[in-house]
Design a protein around this ligand. Structure first.
Ligand SMILES: Cc1cc2nc3c(=O)[nH]c(=O)nc-3n(C[C@H](O)[C@H](O)[C@H](O)COP(=O)(O)OP(=O)(O)OC[C@H]3O[C@@H](n4cnc5c(N)ncnc54)[C@H](O)[C@@H]3O)c2cc1C
Ligand SMILES: NC(=O)c1ccc[n+]([C@@H]2O[C@H](COP(=O)([O-])OP(=O)(O)OC[C@H]3O[C@@H](n4cnc5c(N)ncnc54)[C@H](OP(=O)(O)O)[C@@H]3O)[C@@H](O)[C@H]2O)c1
Length: 534
């Protein structure tokens, strides 16, 4: 009789986790049991292990995640969840997130999901890019966690000590906005601003590649319109503050949350009640759900008079937004600069405002304080070796971190060559930092500057078209060890640029498409292809 050997328990622990062989075997067994898995698993990150085994501090491990095919900002939620089907709960929670590791929740996606699973994080609505649909899915998955026998105990865990002031979204500091200028010329269809914040008195330090988190304040006109629609006095007291103050800086007035529709359903009757109930479940009875911010939701159900306290309770907290830092601290001493595209668009004859971008672009006056924190970059940094060539691809506001990189390489006399791809709509109107870049080009600090204008002629020219034109040289730079960086639009540009790069490697590196894709994957693995996209 043959005996089928039991498959070995896979290793969940990073190689460098400081455990004896016995402890390692025991912990691997525990995790295998916890996850109900014996094969095809991804090792847990150091943070996950630390969260699941309180009191164990681990050396940070390189956080590669090859087993997360849903980790794609351009993939719809339904497709991400399909890919994660049958995976352990933390993995499905991760798939529910909008998968950019954007850091706005204060974690990366994997650690945010691990923290929810370990119940050290109770907030399910922190994913800014995922918005309502991610929050809804996380809620459903959380119910599964409650029902699961393998779930960690529900008692509250001690939260980690707060980070130093100014280094986490939970501990922002106040700094002064000191400069703002528009980067597009009159006549542009875009509205992009260079803003500078003085760090004096904050003790904040940053490095190029980092981002800055900003706590915005809502537009006062919108706050007043919401108060009018509520029919409540602006000075109605809420937790020691007025209704107006609370609506200004504590809650989001953007997409109307499910809780608000639930509240509305309690305050109305008949068909209207039914409609509000249905909207609260994420359905779209009138085909207008995507256009319903808080004000539009109140206007859709005129005459309801919720208690202002209950109304505020039903809203989501106002989240910070992060922006790539566009200066080097070695050049812009004591200051930090950002490059901000102001989001404004019209729905039903009302101009909707991106809350943080228009706050920075126009609402906050020069000399006034803004609440900020430094979001440290993960895998987005200049090469350690200053001799290495760098290729930077940043259309639109994507140029921000590359301005910082160029300043840094200048300030440190880095001898490596620098190649920047910048593109935008029209050369006469949208050439951000034109003088600086041309000056750097003249001195040779900017070895190459390649420009792509999408609306100058009849044909759309994008950065990836220029990359294809320059294929031979790009390949030569890569073979010389160049590090390549992409920043800007995640949904379309970043994918197209990656495809173009694979095409260049295939054509000029004389490889089949699969080999070329492997070459680019290898660049990523070695931190030679880094992206900062949104
Ligand atoms: C790591 C990182 C770096 C970033 N760096 C930069 C940067 O350097 N510069 C920069 O400008 N931004 C940057 N962003 C984006 C930035 O964080 C904000 O997301 C952006 O400014 C919008 O925020 P907001 O508060 O102004 O808009 P919100 O109030 O969040 O509104 C934006 C939402 O409005 C909706 N919307 C927008 N346009 C339309 C439209 N035409 N029709 C219908 N709906 C629409 C969309 O749902 C969109 O999600 C970065 C993001 C990340 C994650
Ligand atoms: N969801 C959307 O539809 C949408 C649209 C615009 C901007 N945004 C967001 O708005 C923010 C700021 O945008 P921004 O001011 O930095 O600039 P941007 O609007 O991203 O545009 C910068 C340049 O990139 C071009 N572009 C468009 N599609 C591209 C693609 N697939 N590949 C390469 N280039 C492409 C644009 O051309 P054209 O505009 O002429 O095509 C423009 O010349 C970003 O977060 C971006 O994601 C979203």
């Amino acid at each position: 009789m043959s005996i089928t050997p039991r498959p070995p328990i896979p290793s969940f622990l990073p190689e460098n986790a400081p455990f004896s062989p016995e402890q390692r075997a025991w912990l691997n067994g525990l995790f295998a049991g916890l996850y109900g898995l014996t094969e095809g698993v991804t090792p847990l990150s150091a943070q996950e292990v630390a969260q699941l085994v309180p009191g164990v501090a681990l050396a940070p491990a390189a956080d590669t995640d090859d087993d997360a095919p849903w980790h794609d900002p351009a993939m719809p939620l339904a497709d991400r969840m399909k890919l994660a089907e049958g995976k352990p709960l933390p993995r499905r929670m991760m798939a529910a997130m909008a998968q950019q590791d954007c850091g706005q929740c204060g974690y990366n996606c994997k650690d945010y999901s691990a923290s929810i699973f370990a119940r050290t994080e109770e907030r399910l609505n922190l994913c800014v890019p995922g918005g309502k649909e991610t929050a809804r899915m996380l809620k459903d998955l959380y119910r599964e966690l409650d029902a699961s026998a393998a779930a960690p105990p529900a008692e509250k865990k001690t939260l980690p000590a707060p980070a130093k002031p100014g280094y986490s979204r939970d501990n922002p500091v106040a700094a002064t906005l000191v400069h703002r200028r528009r980067l597009n010329k009159e006549g542009s269809q875009k509205e992009t601003w260079h803003v500078e914040i003085d760090l004096e008195g904050t003790e904040l330090a940053y490095e190029v590649g980092d981002s800055l988190g900003i706590y915005p304040v809502n537009d006062p006109g919108l706050v007043d319109a919401v108060i009018a629609a509520l029919g409540a006095p602006p000075d109605f007291p809420i937790g020691g503050r007025t209704l107006r103050e609370t609506l200004s800086d504590s809650v989001s007035l953007s997409p109307a949350p499910d809780m608000l529709f639930q509240l509305i359903s309690y305050l109305t009757g008949g068909d209207r009640r039914q409609k509000a109930k249905v909207l609260a479940t994420g359905q779209d009875p009138d085909g207008d759900a995507a256009t319903l911010d808080v004000l539009a939701a109140l206007q859709k159900f005129p005459g309801i008079r919720p208690d202002p306290g209950a109304f505020v309770e039903a809203l989501d907290p106002l989240q910070p937004r992060v922006y790539s830092i566009s200066s080097s601290p070695k050049v812009n001493v004591g200051r930090v600069s950002l490059t901000v595209d102001a989001v404004r668009y019209e729905i039903d004859k009302r101009v909707r405002l991106g809350v943080a971008s228009t706050f920075l672009a126009s609402r906050v006056a020069l000399g006034k304080k803004v609440r900020i924190y430094v979001q440290k970059a993960q895998h987005f940094a200049l090469p350690r070796d200053p001799n290495k060539p760098v290729i930077m691809i940043g259309p639109g506001t994507g140029v921000a971190p590359f301005r910082a990189f160029l300043q840094e390489r200048l300030a440190t006399n880095a001898p490596g060559p620098n190649w920047l791809y910048f593109g935008h709509q029209r050369s006469d109107y949208d050439f951000f930092y034109e003088e600086e870049l041309k000056a750097m080009r003249k001195t040779g600090h900017l070895t190459r500057l390649t420009l792509a204008w999408s609306r100058d002629g009849d044909e759309k020219i994008y950065v990836q078209h220029r990359m294809r034109d320059d294929g031979r040289d790009l390949w030569t730079w890569l073979e010389r060890g160049a590090h390549i960086y992409v920043c800007g639009d995640a949904l379309r540009m970043a994918k197209d640029v990656e495809r173009a790069l694979i095409g260049v490697v295939s054509e000029h590196g004389k490889r089949g498409p699969e080999d070329a894709a492997r070459y680019v994957a290898e660049l990523k693995k070695n931190d030679r292809y880094q992206v900062d996209v949104y």
